[in-house]
Every structure is written in C-alpha cells, then in structure tokens.
Design a protein around this ligand. Structure first.
Ligand SMILES: CC(C)(COP(=O)(O)OP(=O)(O)OC[C@H]1O[C@@H](n2cnc3c(N)ncnc32)[C@H](O)[C@@H]1OP(=O)(O)O)[C@@H](O)C(=O)NCCC(=O)NCCS
Length: 193
C-alpha cells in the first residue's frame, strides 16, 4: 500500500484557529492540492533562506514530504503532526506557510522547530501566533531552533515565543552553491515547553 493511501486513512487532525487578531488563519494538514504551492514557494526566495528543502524543488519532492514526513504523528502528544500548514480563510484556504515540529532522531520528546511564510504574509505578526499555538500542543517537550545571524525577523519570532539563545551555540554552515552558497553564521535557540 502506498503511503499516500495510509495517510488518507489516518484520523484527520482537527483545524486549530488562531486567536484574535489572527482569526482569519488556521492550522491544518498538508494535502496533495498544496504541492504546486510548495513548488512555487520553495523555488522563490526560500531557496536561498532555507537549507533543508531540495532546490530546484519539484512536485515529486512535495509528494515525498507529504508521504514521509508531514503526517508523522507523536503518540505522546495527541492531536499532533510534523507539519502544520497555515491557511487563510479569506484567501480560500491557500497555504500561507508551514510550521514544522520535526522530531530530533534518537532524542525522545525533543523537536526542531522550522517555519516560513509566503512573502505576502510576512511582517504581520502571524508566525509568533502560530508558534505559540503549536508549542501548546507539546507540553513538556524541548524545542530547538536555528536562525541565521542576519535573519532578525526569525530571531524575533523565537524571542517572542520564549526561546532562549544558547550561549556559545553559534556555528557555521556551508550553503550549497545552487542555494546561494557561502559559509553562513547561525545561532541556536532552545525552549522547554
Ligand atoms: C521569519 C518569518 C517566519 C517571520 O514571521 P512573521 O510573521 O513575518 O514575523 P513578524 O511579523 O512577527 O515579524 C518579526 C519581527 O521582526 C522584525 N523585523 C523584520 N525585519 C527586521 C530586520 N531586518 N531587523 C530587525 N527586525 C526586523 C519585525 O519588525 C517584527 O518585529 P516587531 O513585531 O517587534 O515589529 C517570515 O519573515 C518568513 O517566513 N521569512 C522567510 C523564511 C524564514 O526566514 N524562515 C526562518 C528561517 S530560520
């Protein structure tokens, strides 16, 4: 049986509405209808900002993410999944961004936070509200996060959501040439939920 079929048989995760003043936005799950939107977004400026997604990003990459990662469930935290798709009601449920709660291999109750918004939805305060909702679903868990030294808006999201910068946690990462290249400076953040 294909993973896609298994996923459609999973009990769906109910939508989570964001609180005022973000009631237009809600958290839901990835569907195959989102694949072209992921291709559009990951091949635009996110290609240079985010290290982990492949570039160029294809419909097959989106299907792989859907089938292998996005719908992972964490039984210790009922009603959770790996990829939280942020949608806008007034934009017909379009994918506005993703917040990922990625399990850290071989570390129980330990996750890595990742997130992005489509360019037209940035700078409105949406992501701090999203991260706060996602973290509430993982009581007791530890979340790590990383942000480039120059990515002030990402660092502000983490600070607003109660993350602490890890002292002496800075490190370097070599970016692939196809994604803009260079050796970039990153900071580590952590939060106990
Ligand atoms: C990072 C991101 C998720 C932030 O989400 P958002 O909903 O736009 O965040 P906010 O609207 O709360 O803005 C973040 C804060 O950064 C501030 N900010 C933005 N650019 C800044 C800059 N160059 N210098 C200082 N502060 C800046 C904003 O003013 C805001 O602070 P304020 O609320 O105190 O005014 C979003 O910009 C994004 O998707 N960026 C591209 C992908 C990305 O960088 N992902 C994270 C990788 S680590």
């Amino acid at each position: 049986m294909e993973n896609t079929e298994i996923i459609t048989k999973l009990e769906p995760i109910p939508h989570t509405a964001l609180p005022y003043p973000f009631e237009d936005y809600f958290l839901s799950s990835l569907t195959s209808a989102d694949f072209p939107r992921l291709v559009e977004l990951y091949n635009a400026d996110l290609a240079y900002i985010l290290l982990s997604p492949p570039y160029p990003y294809t419909l097959e990459d989106a299907k792989w993410f859907h089938d292998n990662r996005a719908h992972n469930r964490f039984p210790d935290y009922p009603g959770t999944q790996e990829a939280w798709v942020i949608r806008s009601e007034s934009h017909g449920g379009i994918l506005v961004g993703i917040c990922g709660s990625h399990p850290v291999p071989e570390k129980e109750h330990h996750f890595r936070l990742g997130y992005f918004l489509a360019p037209e939805f940035r700078g409105k305060g949406i992501m701090p509200a999203v991260v706060a909702e996602v973290l509430k679903k993982f009581p007791g868990a530890i979340f790590d996060a990383e942000a480039e030294v120059g990515n002030m808006s990402s660092q502000k999201v983490l600070e607003k959501c109660g993350f602490q910068k890890v002292e002496n946690g800075g490190f370097e990462e070599t970016w692939p040439a196809s994604k803009g290249g260079g050796v970039r400076q990153l900071l580590k953040f952590v939060r106990q939920c």
